[in-house]
Design a binder for this molecule. Structure first.
Ligand SMILES: [Zn+2]
Length: 252
């Protein structure tokens, strides 16, 4: 009986893995209803894949009319966003009050190939946070030959088009500040207060083609960049930013 159960579990695991590997393009990988595959934190709403074929998991929590997008590990060498947003997903599964009137779309890892290789860029050496169709996009090998040349940036672009978030929170490292683009200055200031980080309206260097330049500057969707410290201690990051992330979902 025990052997039979084990065999069933293995068969299930194999069939799930086979289903999850189906090839889809970024643009048709965004669904308004949850579907396979199951990711680390439950049922994912995307089957988009990276350059090297890794799934870019996105999770939907809540059903409210106001959607907020959270994205981590845009840069693969900044891993704390994965655990931090994983904790946030677990919190939202239990804390239904936090989801009143809200839908949270959470992408813990936008750049799974970079995370695996510990590189800032994706597998083709492109910095995804310079590959968005902002007015200030500036083509280069490092920024991509054209906007959205990479499957990971195309995926996030499609996700934003589908879900129309009112604001976006991106988790980065290691600059230890809250930075913002677009009409979210007051909220960013309150998040900075809660996270005990300085607020910076200007990160101090040009970021052509960044998510902030495109969504925040060009589209007017506020983008808050939570720049954590160099520390990859997820529990410490969670304790520090829990209230801040909850406020980002709720709004002022
Ligand atoms: Zn970064």
């Amino acid at each position: 009986m025990r052997t039979l159960m084990l065999a069933s579990v293995l068969l299930f695991a194999v069939s799930c893995a086979a289903g999850g590997g189906a090839a889809v393009t970024s643009n048709d990988a965004v669904s308004s209803t949850p579907k396979a595959p199951y990711g680390i934190w439950g049922e994912a709403v995307s089957t988009a894949t990276s350059v090297e074929g890794r799934t870019i998991e996105a999770y939907k929590l809540g059903d409210g009319p106001t959607t907020v997008l959270f994205v981590g590990v845009v840069h693969g060498s900044e891993p704390v966003g994965q655990g931090l947003l994983g904790r946030f997903i677990e919190e939202l599964k239990l804390n239904k009050a936090a989801l009143a009137g809200r839908t949270a779309i959470v992408v813990p890892v936008l750049n799974p190939d970079g995370l695996a290789a510990n590189t800032r860029t994706n597998a083709r050496g492109v910095d995804l946070n310079r590959n968005f169709p902002a007015g200030n996009f500036d083509a280069s090998a490092r920024r991509g030959p054209e906007p959205l040349s990479e499957p990971e940036s195309r995926f996030l672009h499609a996700l934003i088009g589908t879900w129309k978030p009112v604001r976006i929170v991106a988790v980065h490292q290691p600059l230890r500040c809250i930075n913002f683009d677009g009409p979210v200055g007051d909220l960013a200031a309150e998040m900075a207060r809660l996270s005990l980080f300085p607020l910076k309206s200007d990160i101090g260097f040009p970021t052509p083609g960044s998510l902030g330049s495109w969504a925040g500057g060009d589209l007017g969707i506020g983008v808050i960049t939570l720049e954590h410290t160099p520390s990859n201690d997820v529990l410490q990051a969670w304790i520090q930013h829990r209230e801040s992330l909850l406020l980002a979902l709720k709004g002022l």
